[in-house]
Ligand binder design. Sequence first.
Ligand SMILES: Cc1cc2nc3c(=O)[nH]c(=O)nc-3n(C[C@H](O)[C@H](O)[C@H](O)COP(=O)(O)O)c2cc1C
Length: 152
Amino acid sequence: MATAAVVYESITGVTERFGEAIGEHLRSRGVEATVISIGDCDPATLDAHDLVLIGCWTSGLFVVGQHPDREWVAFTRMIPTLRHPRVGLFTTYRLATGSMFRRMRRALEPTGAAVTLELKSRDGRLAEGHRADLDAWLAAAGIGGEGRTPGR
Ligand SMILES: Cc1cc2nc3c(=O)[nH]c(=O)nc-3n(C[C@H](O)[C@H](O)[C@H](O)COP(=O)(O)O)c2cc1C
């Protein structure tokens, strides 16, 4: 069974909810998904997973200067080289994500990760578009489908 780590940083709970919803969807597709906060996650374990999704709330001046939180960036600095997993990013926001994903990608550059998915949400709910993006991502990795209800 493929495994996934969904790692998030969340202050008021929206990004946590989004991470939980992502994890639940992955489980519905037969992936063994662990959803965990950056404070509880041992970064050294991430390379063992097939999929790693790393999320953070959007910080900035609402219309400009979006960037990941300092704690999140500090966490990424402890991640060793990611040789094995496919890596995706997620964030929650109010108005605009702006430079958020670019800055998140830059923070992950030292890990060597090729980021192949970006998901963003205002309310932390997993919309149909998010599900479709996740399914396409899984299909590209040759993962998923086992947990689907026949006929759906
Ligand atoms: C200091 C601060 C700065 C923020 N900057 C932005 C921003 O630049 N753009 C935006 O869309 N939302 C911004 N937000 C809103 C948060 O990104 C949004 O509410 C997010 O869902 C919170 O996630 P959390 O509940 O996981 O902490 C900001 C919030 C705070 C507290």
